[in-house]
Design a protein around this ligand. Sequence first.
Ligand code: AMP
Length: 289
Amino acid sequence: MSTGRPTPELEATIGGLSRRLAEARAAGRTVGFVPTMGFLHAGHCSLVERARVDNDVVVVSIFVNPLQFNPGEDFDDYPRDLDRDLEMCARAGADIVFVPDGPEMYPEPVATTVRLPALADVLCGASRAGHFDGVATVVAKLLVIVGECSAYFGEKDFQQLTIVTRMAADLSLPVRVVGCGTVREPDGLALSSRNAYLSEAERSQAPVLLRALEAGAALVQSGEADPAAVEAEMASVIATAPLAEIDYAAAASASTLTADGPLRGDVRLLVAVRFGKARLIDNIGCRAG
Ligand code: AMP
């Protein structure tokens, strides 16, 4: 079916992408950038659509970044479907899809790591050691390649959004980082490429993540300021799903991602839960007293 939009141009080289975008900026055009690992869904598309509204040129990158996977994680099995991704990029309004291969991005083993320990070693970073070093390093590299732009990231990966926002500020990157809301299935499950791993039984129990977060938020809004009490509430909801194996349920300051005392101001509730092979994450925001 025709989308009425031209097929995006594929660009596989760093030099080619930089040149095109330098030309666009020289012509006074603004650039919107959406980094992804592909296997796109409506959550990714919402970022592309937002970039389309805000900018003259929209670039989507598709690169499954080996640096952010630990040995034994799902790098080899990570779902990939470039043809389908390109159709979705076209429909959402992308102009250029950047598809570097591994050697293009990392011709040599990387000797440089971008690391934000205070934000990277908590929550998902505690069970996925080095994961956010890999994320920050590839995002820094992509942002240098793309240059001055607005870059769109999902709140679905709130820790990643926080890290990228801080990194861009610390390094004075010429980038406006834009956080976008989480797109969900009708039953509340956040869209994720990894939902493809869920069996039917696991899929039917996966909405427990949002139910746990909502129970935690209700407790905070009722005046509970003790993070441990909120975390216990969320864990007890997750425990009602027999196939769920909890990694963490956390109540934290939205800016530091830690809770060093009673909850105050902008709070983020975050959970990570394994269902078989799939490790799912979700989060919501709320206000405390
Ligand atoms: P990924 O391909 O998983 O690296 O995700 C690429 C971008 O899409 C990241 O900024 C994610 O936060 C964002 N994203 C993933 N899932 C969703 C979702 N359900 N809603 C909104 N954004 C999402």
